[in-house]
Design a protein around this ligand. Sequence first.
Ligand code: UD1
Ligand code: MG
Length: 452
Amino acid sequence: MTARSSLTVVLAAGEGTRMRSHQPKVLHPVAGQSLLAHVLEAAPAGTGAALAVVIGPNHDAVADEVRRIRPDAATFVQRERLGTAHAVLAAREAIARGADDLLVAFGDTPLISAATFERLRAPLKTGATLAVLGFRAADPTGYGRLLVDGGHLVAIREHADASREERKITLCNAGVMAFDGNKALGILEKIGKANSKSEYYLVDAVAIVRDMGLEAVVIETSEDEVRGINTKAQLAEAESVVQARLRKAALDAGVTLIAPETVYLAADTKFGNDVTIEPFVVIGPGVSIADGAVIHSFSHIVQSAIGQNTSVGPFARLRPGTSLGDRAKIGNFVETKGAILEAGVKVNHLAYIGDAHVGEGTNIGAGTITCNYDGFGKHKTTIGAGAFVGTNSSLVAPVKIGNGAYIGSGSVITKDVPDDALAVARTPQNNREGGAKRFREMKTRNKTPKGK
Ligand code: UD1
Ligand code: MG
């Protein structure tokens, strides 16, 4: 049997007024990625799986997000917001191509899983025309109620149009539906707007299917999976559901989370084996943590690659573009950004390493700052392997410090320092007896300090 083709239409044209934000609703993040990205990633993908997203006018940022996640997806603009059925028909051109299964999902229902889409498609294979995703709502107020008779789905009644008896029903419409793709357009075109809001309600498809003598069914799922996000409070609830899932998945994969409820992960966080994360760590999008790494408390990490057997924090901030080689050490109150630190580099305390490349085994002393911004542009600092940067040094970029070079404490480096050279600020300590003096002595014996 050949696999059935599908078209998933994701409705995302809403303004999301109740979020009280200038940002379109579906771009608000949960676990470091937009609501829309969650839905698009759960939707069927691969050969024979097409995707269309219905967006509002002037929502270019939403279209950009669609392209970023699923470059193969088509976007359609719904110019007037006349209801969910009207929104689906904005993608008429894609629907008319007649995929075997037409799936409809909402962009503001981010917790839906790929497995649920597949469960919903199953009844279509055995002859049902429409499958509706339902759930038992703790508080059904506001949801469409599923009217079921002898195991058959007969109709969906929107809250505003429901009778007192119907409002007692707790089995509700999650909003996700699967249609027989060849019949879908005919059904959608029959939907009118004879309801209290004068909107074209997608839910009316159920009664139409029944009137045509065809089969509509309900597939049930948990309320947690189909939470719709309309407010910031609901956004926060969804975040806590997703975080619980991500923590459990991390624990199941062997990550040590000492206090899981205090650790925040992103949907795309990647872990190696034997990673330990101490309490109160926040991990944003784009982070990978390799085998044996330890992330100490109160660290904040975004878009960074952390090598094997590294140690980060406590109180470290790794910003986008940070890459730590194996056995590197980032200590307390250290900030990195756009920084590649090779294996064994140590930045143990109170430093800012931005737009920099630091070679293997180099030691960066406390209070060292790469002065990467001159008020006009950003510049790069390159530090070689086996170098030593003394405490409280300012490295004024663009600047290069050679392999095995030695920078005395308190230095302000404005010119490149050659390999194995000594650069010191004229402080009594550097001149008379500190590491710089020892470095001079070592040089006479043709040795270099070993990064520590
Ligand atoms: C909808 C369902 C309801 C269900 C609930 C589940 C209908 C008529 N009602 O109600 O049965 O219980 O979801 O959360 O379908 N949208 C557009 N264009 C429009 C209207 C809506 O793109 O013209 C999009 C919205 O952005 C949103 C989705 O469709 O992503 C649902 O619309 P919303 O207004 O939230 O419907 P509900 O009243 O929640
Ligand atoms: Mg809604």
